[in-house]
Design a protein. Structure first.
Lengths: 90, 155
């Protein structure tokens, strides 16, 4: 990873992901272009306990749902990326 | 009277205070409408034999409001005669039997508002980022809606 290509994004954690990560939000430096799965792996490196959620979590990038996979994310400085465990509203 | 005189409105609120059925239903009342349909989701005192003490809700508030707005937009496409839509969801601690969500929809005739209110709650459960934690006597559990497609189906 070339340092010059890193952008700061705000990562938000909710519900069980907040419990496992031990925090509700943080700023992370991530490559400007990476797949959603690569972003997940970056986050799990920092918070290994989140690995338990691998098969039951999606992202919300700029408040739009994104599945973990090969989808390329093009991030902008200050973007909001949220970890979304299974929802249970209503 | 011209029906366009009253602009259709969406009322969306997430709040930690007790919800009021009267307040939500009054928001959607309209002189052009003969029907107000309501859904009230309330908190249950049991789950698989375990006694539920209370529930706690949290939300990704800004996105939840955006997702509820999308639901309102879909409702107006599917049922163009729908007049007003109100969705109030409670956050934080909710004691047993109190409302966690109230949805009200008005329309000139009942069929549209009844169908729309069902669509609203079903879609809310599938797409709005809100989480519920059930607290039992000596443990707790994060709930997962069956409508949530990324939930672990083995559970």
């Amino acid at each position: 990873i070339v340092p010059g290509c890193l952008y700061s994004v705000a990562v938000l954690y909710f519900a069980r992901s907040a419990e496992l990560a031990g925090l509700r939000s943080e700023t992370l430096s991530v490559p400007r272009r990476l797949t959603s799965l690569q972003l997940w792996e970056e986050i799990v490196k920092r918070h290994p306990r989140l690995a338990a959620l691998r098969d039951q979590v999606v992202f919300a990038v700029r408040q739009e749902y994104v599945l973990l996979g090969d989808q390329l994310l093009v991030l902008h400085p200050g973007d909001e990326v949220a970890i979304i465990p299974p929802i249970s509203g209503g | 009277m011209d029906e366009s005189e009253e602009v259709p409105k969406d009322f969306i609120k997430l709040k930690s205070e007790k919800l009021s059925v009267d307040e939500v239903s009054e928001l959607v009342v309209s002189p052009y409408c003969g029907a107000v349909s309501l859904f009230i989701g309330t908190t249950r005192n049991n789950f698989e034999g375990k006694k539920v003490i209370h529930l706690e809700y949290e939300a990704y508030t800004s996105m939840a409001e955006t997702e509820i707005k999308k639901i309102c937009r879909d409702v107006r496409q599917k049922w163009p005669s729908v007049k007003h839509i109100a969705v109030h969801h409670r956050l934080g601690l909710v004691p047993i039997t109190e409302a966690s969500v109230i949805i009200a929809v008005s329309s000139p005739h009942r069929a549209e508002s009844l169908e729309a209110v069902r669509y609203c709650i079903n879609t809310l459960k599938a797409s709005v980022p809100i989480w519920k934690k059930e607290i039992y006597e000596d443990e707790y559990s994060w709930k997962e809606n069956k409508e949530c497609f990324w939930a672990n189906s083995e559970k």
